[in-house]
Write a protein that binds this ligand. Structure first.
Ligand SMILES: NC(=O)c1ccc[n+]([C@@H]2O[C@H](COP(=O)([O-])OP(=O)(O)OC[C@H]3O[C@@H](n4cnc5c(N)ncnc54)[C@H](OP(=O)(O)O)[C@@H]3O)[C@@H](O)[C@H]2O)c1
Length: 288
C-alpha cells in the first residue's frame, strides 16, 4: 500500500522558499531519505551551502560547488568530530543540522552479542545525541536548528526490529527530554517516517526480500514533508498522515494492533525460514 505520493514541481517550489541561504549539514545523504532531502536543498538558486555526509558519499556526482561531499562514519566519535570540524571549515556557522543517518537489523533477537547491540546503538542513538552536544557547543548561543530522523518505530515497535525500535524509542525519549532544557537559540525537530522505499530493508534483511511493514511511502514524499516541517520549525513531523490516526485506532481497539502485529510476525517467520534455508545451502557449499 503506497500512500500520499503526490510530489509536484509547484508544491516543491512553494514549500522551499524559506529554507534558503542556509548552511546545512546532513548525514546519511548518499541514499534514500537523506539524498532526497539533499537534492531538494542543493538547488544553487536557493543559495544554501551544504555539507553532505556518509561513508560512501563519493559515489554521488553532479552537484554544484555549494555542496561539499564528506566521507565519514558517524557511528564513531572520531567520525562525528571530523564532520563537525569539516563543517566549521567549509560552512563556518551551521544553521541546520540534519542527523539522518541510521540503519536497522531485521532479525530474531535471540543471541548474546555485545558488539552487535552496541553497533546499532552507536549509529542510531549515541551518534545523534553526541552530535547534538557538539552542535550546541558550536552554536555558542547563535541560532540553530537540529533535526533528528527518528522513525514511526520510535513510537510503535514491530516484530523483527527489536533493537532498531529500541534505538529509535531512545531517540524519541531523548528529544522529548532535551527540548525541556535546550536553550532558546536552538530549534529541535523530530521526524517519524513509516516504511519508506529506500535501501533500508536491504540493509536490514540483506538479499532476502520478504517485503516491508505497511503502509510504505516514497522517499521523495518523505523528504518533501520533512523540508516543509523544518521550514515551519515543527517540533514533530509525521510524513505519513495516516500514522497518528492509525496508532490512535490501534490503541483504542487493541485487536486491530494484534492483527497488524500478527501479519508482521508471519513476515518475520517467512524471513527466518528463508534465512535458515540460505544458511544451510551455504554450509553445504563450504563442505564441498
Ligand atoms: N526507510 C524506512 O523505512 C525508514 C523508516 C523510518 C525511519 N527511517 C530512518 O531514516 C533514516 C534514513 O534511512 P533511509 O531509509 O534513507 O535508508 P538508506 O537509504 O539505507 O540511507 C541510510 C543512510 O545512512 C548512511 N549511513 C549508514 N551508516 C552510516 C555510518 N556509520 N556513518 C555515516 N553514514 C551512514 C548511509 O550511507 P553510507 O552507507 O554511504 O554510509 C545512507 O546514506 C535512518 O535514520 C532510518 O532509521 C527509515
Amino acid at each position: 500500500m503506497v500512500v500520499d505520493n503526490k510530489v509536484t514541481e509547484f508544491n516543491l517550489r512553494k514549500k522551499m522558499k524559506h529554507l534558503s541561504g542556509k548552511c546545512i549539514v546532513i548525514t546519511g545523504a548518499s541514499s534514500g531519505i537523506g539524498k532526497e532531502v539533499l537534492d531538494r536543498l542543493c538547488d544553487p538558486a536557493k543559495k544554501n551551502r551544504i555539507l553532505a555526509c556518509s561513508r560512501t558519499i563519493e559515489k554521488l556526482t553532479g552537484y554544484d560547488k555549494n555542496v561539499t561531499l564528506f566521507n565519514c562514519d558517524v557511528s564513531t566519535k572520531e567520525g562525528v568530530d571530523q564532520m563537525m570540524e569539516k563543517a566549521e571549515q567549509v560552512l563556518g556557522t551551521i544553521d541546520v543540522l540534519i542527523a539522518n543517518a541510521g540503519a536497522p537489523y531485521y532479525e530474531k533477537f535471540d543471541y548474546v552479542n555485545w558488539e552487535r547491540i552496541q553497533n546499532i546503538f552507536n549509529l542510531n542513538t549515541i551518534s545523534p545525541i553526541y552530535t547534538y552536544t557538539k552542535y550546541l557547543k558550536h552554536l555558542n548561543g547563535r541560532e540553530g536548528h537540529m533535526v533528528f530522523t527518528i522513525s514511526a518505530m520510535g513510537e510503535m515497535a514491530i516484530p523483527g526490529y527489536t533493537l532498531y525500535a529500541a534505538t529509535k524509542f531512545a531517540m524519541k525519549g531523548f528529544q522529548e527530554a532535551v527540548r525541556l532544557e535546550a536553550p532558546k537559540n536552538l530549534k529541535l525537530t523530530a521526524v517519524y517516517p513509516v516504511s519508506t522505499a529506500t535501501n533500508f530493508f536491504k540493509v536490514g534483511a540483506g538479499e532476502i526480500d520478504v517485503g516491508h511493514p505497511f503502509p510504505i511511502q516514497k522517499a521523495d514524499v518523505v523528504a518533501e514533508r520533512m523540508i516543509d516541517g523544518i521550514e515551519k520549525a515543527k517540533k514533530h513531523i509525521y510524513p505519513c498522515r495516516v500514522f497518528k490516526p492509525s496508532k490512535l485506532l490501534m490503541n483504542t481497539i487493541p485487536p486491530i494492533k494484534s492483527v497488524y502485529w500478527g501479519i508482521e510476525k508471519k513476515r518475520l517467520k517467512r524471513f527466518l525460514e528463508k534465512k535458515a534455508a540460505l544458511d544451510l545451502k551455504l554450509a553445504e557449499k563450504i563442505k564441498v
